[in-house]
Design a protein around this ligand. Structure first.
Ligand SMILES: C[S@@+](CC[C@H](N)C(=O)[O-])C[C@H]1O[C@@H](n2cnc3c(N)ncnc32)[C@H](O)[C@@H]1O
Length: 483
């Protein structure tokens, strides 16, 4: 696969929907192209690129393969509690009794997010008041929307749900659970590309937008464009909620960032700003209900204070590996308050920030880690990855080289070195780096990635396969040149 063809397809995808296809995402792209190329009956990559530039259906099919649809019910329950206990009552109080409250779940994936909101709202407000809330949900991926509409889920989606809640809202089926029709009917799903110049006309006038765990796949410019769209989709006052780990990387001057009840969110207009007189108004419509503590949601983890024991770092490490970033960040904050020089905590926090593409904050934290241990493999590796993802390939090479000098067994660093050399048309250097990786992983596919704290979780089998293929084609090219 030549680098110019790949770059051209990456650009097409980026311009269409904003997805950045670097690092692990680039591997996803390569795999998707390999599968689709055969399926579409194209002789080579040039023919496939031509097909997707002329046939929008074929292009959409590729894009459907590139999205990351990871989601589950009651993800980040603290934010859902913020909605039902604090934000929704304010919005309801500002509406007349026949006016609906409108919520959009943007980037809804297979539907767990909007359905969780529907369930939580019904639990908190009761069936009748919940009818005043209109829930729309949209996603780019047409295949995942089919799944969302069907409302059929496997065990994997229930990580944040208690047995009680599952019993009341889901019907057991032979292989999984189906959401009850009453909740399914409450959510309208739409095909939605957040970067499209025009949105489906039904999508308008939202009081609240949930846009969680989507912005991490976009650069700052795309995030800004999308935030402006949300701004236009709202009346004069509105609320925007992003995943907790994404919030700081999305403070772009479009909405106002506020903090209330230990949660961050964004506000349009003045009505929903904390401390304003509007916030003091008690919602008459639901005063008969005490502030709702959703019994079936996970309890939010507060940072341990005072004499409470500090969390152990292995627990936090596991949360980071499970991508439970908001909870991990809470616990890391308490560890770092206690000891600002806690290197594992600094490294794990850097990893979360890096994955949120908050490069400035990542680089700052890594500087602190560097001051504590200039030879930390995790720190050097993240420096390399951060530079690579910011397209500073020369800097990335320097850091990945430092990693392999310090620990020659670190096969992920050899992999990234090889990829950069290949993209920079340095075949001999790429060849050497791929060879080292292939040697290491052929000897032991479970070879350690050499990271001490950060859960890289790279797919060793896939990378070995890809590296072997690159190795073969680089060797062939070099032999042709020699002749
Ligand atoms: C990781 S899921 C997040 C699901 C859910 N919001 C949550 O927090 O669990 C990200 C979703 O964003 C969608 N997405 C990515 N780019 C998009 C775009 N340009 N327009 C609409 N949806 C997009 C993907 O298809 C994917 O389903």
């Amino acid at each position: 696969m030549t680098s110019s063809e790949l770059t051209s397809i990456k650009k097409m995808v980026y311009q269409h929907c904003g997805l950045l296809l670097e690092g692990v995402a680039e591997e996803r792209l390569r795999k998707a192209i390999q599968t689709k190329l055969v399926k579409e009956g194209c002789a080579d990559l040039t023919a496939y690129r031509k097909l997707i530039s002329q046939n929008s259906q074929a292009f959409d099919q590729l894009v459907n393969h590139l999205t990351v649809n990871e989601t589950y019910f009651f993800r980040e329950p603290e934010q859902i509690q913020l909605l039902v206990n604090h934000l929704l009552p304010q919005v309801l109080a500002n509406k007349s009794s026949n006016e609906p409250v409108r919520i959009l779940s943007a980037g809804c994936s297979s539907g767990e997010e909007p359905y969780s909101l529907a369930i939580a709202i019904r639990e908190a407000l009761g069936v009748n008041l919940a009818k005043r809330v209109e829930l729309d949900a949209g996603d780019l991926d047409q295949n995942i929307l089919k799944k969302a509409r069907a409302g059929f889920y496997s065990e994997f989606s229930f990580r944040g749900v208690t047995a009680d809640l599952r019993k009341r809202y889901f019907l057991p089926q032979e292989r999984g659970f189906q959401l009850i029709p009453e909740i399914r009917q409450q959510v309208n799903f739409y095909e939605l590309n957040l970067l499209a110049p025009v949105f489906p006309k039904q999508l308008h006038n939202y009081d609240l937008v949930f846009f969680r765990n989507v912005s991490i796949y976009f650069d700052l410019e795309t995030r800004r464009i999308i935030q402006k769209k949300f701004y236009e989709l709202m009346p004069s006052d509105g609320l925007l909620i992003l995943g907790s780990s994404e919030t700081l990387g999305n403070n772009l001057g479009v909405f106002e960032l506020v903090e209330q009840h230990d949660q961050y969110y964004f506000v349009k207009g003045s009505r929903y700003l904390p401390k304003s007189s509007a916030l003091e108004v008690k919602p008459t419509t639901i005063t008969t209900k005490p502030e709702v503590k959703l019994p079936s949601l996970n309890n939010p983890i507060k940072p341990p204070l005072g004499d409470f024991p500090l969390p152990d770092i292995q627990t936090v490490q596991q949360l980071v590996a499970d991508k439970e970033y908001p909870r991990a960040l809470h616990l890391l904050a308490s560890l770092l308050v206690k000891d600002i020089n806690n290197l594992p905590a600094l490294l794990l926090k850097s990893w979360i920030l890096l994955n949120s593409q908050d490069f400035i904050a990542t680089d700052q934290l890594l500087e602190e880690a560097f001051a504590l241990d200039a030879w930390s493999i995790d720190m050097m590796f993240m420096k390399g990855l951060s530079a690579k993802w910011q397209d500073q390939q020369a800097v990335a090479i320097e850091w990945f080289k430092k990693v392999v000098y310090t620990n020659p067994e670190c096969w992920p660093a050899h992999y990234y070195l090889a990829e950069i050399y290949r993209s920079q048309l340095q075949p001999e250097a790429a060849l050497r780096a791929y060879q080292t990786l292939v040697r290491t992983l052929t000897a032991n596919i479970k070879a350690s990635d050499a990271m001490q704290w950060i859960p890289l979780s790279l797919p060793a089998g896939d990378l070995l396969f890809l590296s072997q293929r690159h190795l073969q084609s680089l060797t062939d090219d070099l032999q042709v040149k020699e002749k």
